[in-house]
Write a protein that binds this ligand. Sequence first.
Ligand SMILES: *Cc1c(COP(=O)(O)O)cnc(C)c1O
Length: 380
Amino acid sequence: MTKLPSRTSETAEAVRSFIPVYEPSIGSLEKEYVNDCLDTSWISSIGKYVERFESEIAAITNSKYAVAVTNGTVALHLAHHCLGLQPGDEIIVPTFTYVASVNTIAQTGAKPVFVECRNSDWLLDPDDVRAKITPRTKGIVPVHLYGAVCAMSEIMAIAKEHELYVVEDCAESLGSTIDGKPAGSFGHCATFSFFGNKTITTGEGGMVTTNDDELAEHLRLSKGQGQDPNRRYWHDRVGFNYRLTNIAAAIGCAQLVRLSDILVRKAEIAALYRKLLSNQPVEFQKIAANVVSSNWMFSLLLPEGADREVIMATMKDRGVDTRPVFHCSHTMPMYFDRDAPSFPVSEKISARGINLPSYPTMTDEMVARVCETLIDAIHR
Ligand SMILES: *Cc1c(COP(=O)(O)O)cnc(C)c1O
């Protein structure tokens, strides 16, 4: 009972200074560029910002080509479509991922074949990739979750040996590197998302990158209804409308000006979390020594046996928002198969993992408040 008044005032405090799990940082340059689109009436999918955004993303990711699309999901779908994925084919994908990595395989009629992730960095386990290859396997989708990067040299070696294509899902890893090379510079294609909570945002937006001349052309034409660039309303292939608007790209161009500042601040926030939580019974996602993470979302496993729902609700009461990590795709109704193998590592991470607020405008004091709230909730 004595706790009641103090909890009420804590709640009032929480309402005043609620810390969301993410919040994009939008500056005056974004407004200036968007106004430029409106003032010049270049508001649709042709315009200088689309071209600029594409060439800047290509440069950052060491890619020859970048093709802007409506979001990160259609980026994946377009990649599979243009790489010729068909019904009956199989694609290897981690079960522990955001569902778009899996749905976009199923959307082509192909079958997602799930693999286990590693206990250390929660990413696709190359040994299990080898074990799941069949004569029908056409490709692999390594997903660089939360900014960590998959073991790309090993994965590319497997792909080469078995003549598989690789689409890197880089939705969470713009700015991440492995062995000094950017995430997205290894596979035949890589896809990016610029949703509101991603490292940089265009509201909704996405990109496909590649070094392959023919594939780049196929991606570019297919995203625009497959229209022949020299013959109006003549279509020589099945296409989509997956075009990004110049307005969205304008926001992206403005965001890219601050990309390195955003990455630096997110690295500081992650380092502070590690420091302030170092004595706690939690397990961080471990980043491999040759990887620099974009630190998209700071993620950890709660203590074994802890009630995640209660911890998250307790934190929310005190004004700190958190997220559970993704559910394993193999447990979802449309992918559930009672004869499928189990994935103990993925299931453990999925059951115990949470994301902490990780947006670049967080102050050190806010990070400290998140930690204090988490520690109190764990030891309650
Ligand atoms: C965000 C995300 C996507 C999808 O991107 P959208 O732009 O939201 O469609 C795909 N894969 C992963 C791993 C993501 O985090």
